[in-house]
Design a protein around this ligand. Sequence first.
Ligand code: SF4
Ligand code: SF4
Length: 104
Amino acid sequence: MTRLECTVTNCLHNAENRCCKQAIVVDGSEAQDNFETCCGSFDQNLEGSYRNLFKTPENRLEIDCEAINCVYNSDRRCGAERIGIVGDGASEPGHTECATFTLR
Ligand code: SF4
Ligand code: SF4
């Protein structure tokens, strides 16, 4: 389980700079750099309509990750102690990225 901070505050699943999902998927099977990864679980919170409803930030979560060129990737799972997802103002998954991606 990985500790995750997320600055994508307009994602439906974000509360207090953390993620409320129990598991997320990070995409970027051919990524060579951070900006080529993204949080595939991003959902845009249109008009903030669901903000603070039924949301509990998770401290640690499972991260399935397609970015196999990252040093922390092991069998498409993230093995990092902590990661950061960034992309404030994102309106689609491609506007987000894993800031912790490190090329092998
Ligand atoms: S962008 Fe990803 S990590 Fe961040 S809150 Fe949304 S689903 Fe969770
Ligand atoms: S640190 Fe690496 S393995 Fe973990 S989610 Fe980010 S890109 Fe994937």
